[in-house]
Design a protein. Sequence first.
Length: 158
Amino acid sequence: MVDVVEVLVEAGNCTPGPPLGPALGPLGVNIVNIAKDINARTGSFKGMKIPVKITIKDDKSYSFEIGTPPVSALIKDTLKVESGSHKPRHEVAGDLTMEQLIKIANMKGDGLLGHDLKAKAMEVAGACVSMGVTIDGKAAKEVQKLIKEGAYDGPLGA
């Protein structure tokens, strides 16, 4: 029989305590080793909450899949802000550079629906719209229009 445990852990700082310990303790696996392996693979998201799906086999061997934080969490982390704007059309929560937007799109990778970097950048810009975040000093909707028109094809490799 295979057991699957899904937990939300702090990337790069996962400990054998809660939430990992109580979820894995009854399964008789080495929680310390699992925590170390998770920390080794999640260092790039350090300090953020990320979903982890751990599969435990009968012989107590394990494997795990690391999810990525939501786009909004990556934007907030990049901008070092607590939250997006409470009035997105009227207040600006922060300003991303196009390079930061591309980095976020690459970090999310397959977690986004877009088939190429240009489409993924559109998705990240869409999150900026709802958060009240500008991109290169421009409204996120305006940047989406510019991306569609090809103004950022160079940096996006399109």
